[in-house]
Design a protein. Structure first.
Length: 338
């Protein structure tokens, strides 16, 4: 998740290039980010032992849980190349405003993940290994399908043959790295904030660790709806900036805030009505249910407040104003930790 800049950086630059009608640059941005994704994934895989060491070192968890984490990470880490390439593919299709394709990609990935994981766990009895293997397989099948589709899409629609020749333009590479590094710092700090909640929960005990995991599912589900507007906003804002059309930019900003806020109200009302039922569906442990009920207020409140945050993300990503995103996150996380 910390490498979400592979999606966000791709959207902003590609949508602006689309606004300028520079199709050759679109293919080069896509290929540059593919290379960056591949290099990062290799570093992640080589850092496997270090990642497992720090998880075990910083979290107060039982030996049984440590063993399960080791087993899961040792398999799941090999999905890194495919999952990071998926970020780039989603960014590409959001950037050219083909949101149906980016949605289809996630549907294929998620559906395969559900099917494989269910099969390996419930039929093959592979337990935690089955979940990890299911994700790895689904990620690679997804990128094989969509990289092939993307190659023919670019060739037929942009009349450009994707190639790695003349890819290392110093100015363009520096711009890409600058944008990506800003978003990386921003996303790393955001990820750290979620990790901090998990860390503090583990210090209180595994019951609170479980409750935090359950409550975060509500936040994530809300984000899937509210971030949808932000994702669409990224492509349209980038296009408007590339074309220098102020009216389109302002209309997009207004529409995304209005739609997101109204949707957040609906989500919060649904959480008020169904939150206890959903908590009961997520766990059959009575004590965990009882603890979780005490935090429903926050689950109801967060979508309304966060709806604005998601849309600011979409606007600033599309406009590639990444320095401002980075600085606002630094300030926010500093206040959050205090």
């Amino acid at each position: 998740w910390s490498f979400g800049f592979l999606r966000m950086g791709t959207v902003g630059l590609i949508s602006q290039a689309l606004g300028k009608g520079d199709y050759r640059e679109i293919s080069k941005i896509f290929l540059r980010n593919l290379l960056i994704a591949f290099i990062i994934s290799l570093i992640i895989i080589l850092s496997k032992d270090l990642i497992i060491y720090y998880i075990n070192h910083f979290f107060s968890i039982s030996e049984k849980t440590k063993k399960l984490i080791d087993q899961y990470v040792s398999i799941r880490i090999f999905s890194a190349p495919a999952e990071l390439i998926i970020y780039v593919l989603i960014g590409f299709y959001l950037g050219i405003q083909k949101t149906k394709v980016s949605s289809l990609l996630m549907i294929v990935f998620s559906s395969l993940n559900i099917l494989f994981s269910s099969y390996f766990v419930l039929v093959m009895n592979l337990n935690i290994y089955g979940v990890a293997i299911g994700t790895v397989l689904s990620a690679y099948i997804t990128i094989i399908i969509f990289l092939t589709y993307t190659y023919y899409f670019v060739r037929s629609n942009f009349q450009v043959l994707p190639r790695f020749k003349k890819l290392f333009n110093e100015k363009k590479v520096f711009q890409l790295l600058n944008i990506n590094s800003d978003i990386f710092i921003r996303t790393f700090l955001l990820t750290f904030s979620f990790l901090w909640i998990t860390y503090q929960g583990s210090k209180l005990g595994e019951d609170y660790l479980a409750v935090n995991s359950i409550m975060l599912q509500f936040i994530l589900v809300a984000s899937f709806f509210l971030d949808a507007y932000a994702f669409s906003t990224e492509g349209v804002v980038g296009f408007a900036v590339g074309r220098r059309v102020k009216k389109t930019f302002l209309n997009t900003v207004r529409n995304c805030f209005e739609l997101s806020f109204l949707s957040s109200l609906v989500i919060s009302v649904l959480y008020i009505v169904f939150c206890k039922i959903l908590i009961n569906a997520l766990t059959d442990l009575e004590y965990i249910r009882f603890l979780a009920y005490g935090y429903i207020f926050w689950v109801v409140l967060i979508p309304i407040v966060a709806s604005f945050c998601y849309q600011f993300d979409g606007i600033f990503v599309g406009a590639t104003q990444t320095k401002e995103m980075r600085n606002s996150m630094i300030i926010s996380v500093f206040i959050f930790i205090l």
